[in-house]
Design a protein around this ligand. Structure first.
Ligand code: FMN
Length: 481
């Protein structure tokens, strides 16, 4: 993955771990009662795709075990990974695009309820994404995906289309750049990828017409399965975030200025609300800063935050970056991964950083967003995430009004019991995340996500399930208080 060129190595934030009494009196472990979101404590595990589903997108035993393990640490809220709202094949990513998924999801809810003794609120993140293909071999690209047009033919006078394909597939980047347009060149070098701005493609043009209903139906299934709420995925590189993006220059009323860019996300929310009712927790995750050239920054994120809060969302969970536009070129046979460039670093900052460092990297944006919402007279809680992995950090951010809830993704993967340990005054037993992004490297290769802090420990323990490679345990060892 990309790291800032300064390559400064940052030590973990010092952990002053509180006594059980201090923890009990802290804000972090105090309840949050806001609208439809009622948390026993302000600890939150944001969505993390672990690659535990199957090609049908079903809840497998591995999925159940994975979320049960988090529930054993009693987080205030646990958000199930990005789960596809459509009923289309999408590899081993969870899906909620048809009623047949409800029984499996209901089982997941039951497992989490039991393991957390009913203390953890369970949300599910629901996502739509556009088409993407792997980077092809040039010969395959020119034979199968490339349409020869007159503007190409003029570079090859008298040649047949087959000869043109043949000559191009033997060509070099400089030659391709002369003949192909920017989009064709990108498809060859990175793999073809759809955009919300492809208005000449009918199903892209129709997105504003179809997406509210698709999200509404998915949210209804989530409610039927027993989830406490849904998180609309408006972040990173996916469809809804691409509507919000500063680079969305669609020529219709859904692109251009920020009022147009937020239109579909609001329409989707309103339809979800209409379908699930007023008494159900619905919020969204969106980025506080896109971190790409032409992307939106915190000023637009403040505007979006106020719009979402005014529309009646129950929470806003802030992430950062994670875009395709600055992703590294993938190897042939691999798909572009939106966490490999500078914006990807903003999303999942590692311990190798710049002088700002990885700790609480999203806070400088979260604070003004929360303030803008409060100035508009709204109490919508804001979740901030990104490099927050100690009691002191979390408590300080809640005290100084930067956020209402603290999200910790990789630290919770490293130690799913960490909230429980801290609450018991046993913080010095927390297994601390190294922020090396080992987990993110596995995600990038679509491998089952584990943590380097525990995946080689006690592999011969009875009942241990191993990853497909046979070398890693899939779950953190059980902690007995
Ligand atoms: C393996 C992995 C998978 C992730 N999957 C998702 C996801 O499905 N949806 C999402 O919004 N963010 C996802 N993220 C981003 C995290 O939720 C979080 O924002 C990011 O890791 C920064 O927080 P942290 O510093 O507490 O880890 C993922 C992160 C990792 C490491």
């Amino acid at each position: 993955m990309w790291v800032p060129p300064q390559r400064l190595k940052h030590a973990l934030p010092e952990g002053h771990w509180p006594s059980a009494e201090e923890a009990r009196d802290s804000l972090w472990f105090s309840p949050l009662l806001a609208g439809n979101l009622k948390l026993e404590q302000r600890t939150w595990i944001p969505a993390m795709v672990p690659w535990r589903s199957n090609e049908e997108g079903e809840v497998t035993q591995d999925v159940l075990d994975y979320y049960e393990r988090y529930a054993m640490g009693f987080p205030g809220a646990l958000v199930v990974e990005a789960t596809g709202v459509r009923d289309i094949p999408s590899g081993p990513l969870l899906r909620i695009g048809h009623d047949r998924y409800i029984p499996g999801l209901r089982k997941l809810v039951e497992v989490v309820r039991r393991a957390s003794q009913g203390r953890t609120r369970l949300l599910i993140q629901i996502i739509d994404f556009l088409g993407i293909r792997r980077r092809p071999e040039p010969a395959k690209f020119f034979a199968r995906f490339f349409e020869v047009k007159d503007r190409h033919r003029q570079h090859f006078p008298g040649a047949s289309d087959d000869e043109i394909r043949h000559q191009l597939s033997g060509g070099k980047p400089e030659f391709w750049k002369q003949v192909l347009d920017e989009r064709e060149y990108e498809s060859l070098q990175y793999g073809w990828r759809e955009r919300v701005t492809d208005l000449d493609t009918p199903h892209i043009q129709e997105l504003p017409r179809v997406l509210p209903g698709i999200f509404g139906a998915a949210a209804t299934r989530a409610r039927e399965a027993g989830f406490d709420g849904v998180e609309l995925h408006y972040a990173h590189a996916y469809t809804m975030a691409s509507f919000l993006s500063g680079r969305n220059d669609r020529g219709d009323e859904y692109g251009g200025n920020r009022e147009n860019r937020v239109r579909l996300p609001l329409e989707v929310f309103r339809e979800v609300r209409r379908q699930v009712g007023q008494d159900y927790a619905v919020g969204c995750r969106y980025v506080a800063h896109e971190g790409i050239v032409g992307g939106y920054s915190t000023a637009d994120a403040c505007y979006y935050g106020v719009e979402f809060a005014q529309a009646g969302m129950d929470f806003l969970s802030l992430s950062r970056g994670g875009k395709f536009e600055d992703a590294k070129q993938p190897a042939v046979g691999w798909a572009s991964y939106p966490y490999t460039g500078p914006s990807g670093y903003e999303c999942m900052p590692s311990y190798i950083s710049d002088d700002r460092g990885p700790w609480g990297r999203n806070v400088a944006s979260a604070r003004p967003i929360r303030q803008a919402i409060r100035s508009a007279g709204l109490e919508t809680p804001v979740v901030v995430t990104g490099g927050i992995c100690s009691f002191n950090q979390a408590e300080e951010l809640l005290r100084n009004g930067s956020a209402d809830i603290i999200g910790s993704a990789r630290q919770s993967l490293a130690d799913p019991d960490w909230f429980h340990k801290v609450a018991l005054g046993r913080g010095d037993e927390v297994r601390r995340c190294k922020f090396s992004n080992y987990c993110e490297g596995l995600d990038q290769k679509h491998k089952q996500v584990t943590c380097q802090c525990w995946d080689r420990l006690n592999l011969d323990e009875p009942g241990v399930t191993l990853a497909e490679d046979g070398r890693r345990r899939l779950l953190a060892p059980v902690w007995k208080p």
